[in-house]
Design a protein around this ligand. Structure first.
Ligand SMILES: [Zn+2]
Length: 55
């Protein structure tokens, strides 16, 4: 079953995945790096420590 992977920050649809345990995907809109972990449902977590380009 495909599940939507959405950005944890801006909620943009990033991908659809099935059977993935873990992935990292960068949002093309807000450039947030999301780490997605499959539990009961996919959880999109913003990866802390990712350097912002807004320096
Ligand atoms: Zn985003």
């Amino acid at each position: 079953m495909l599940r939507d992977i959405r950005c944890g920050k801006c909620n943009r649809l990033l991908a659809r995945a099935a059977g993935v345990n873990q992935l990292q995907i960068k949002c093309s809109r807000c450039r947030t790096m999301n780490q997605v972990t499959a539990t009961d449902r996919y959880q999109s977590l913003i990866v802390a420590g990712e350097k912002s380009s807004q320096a």
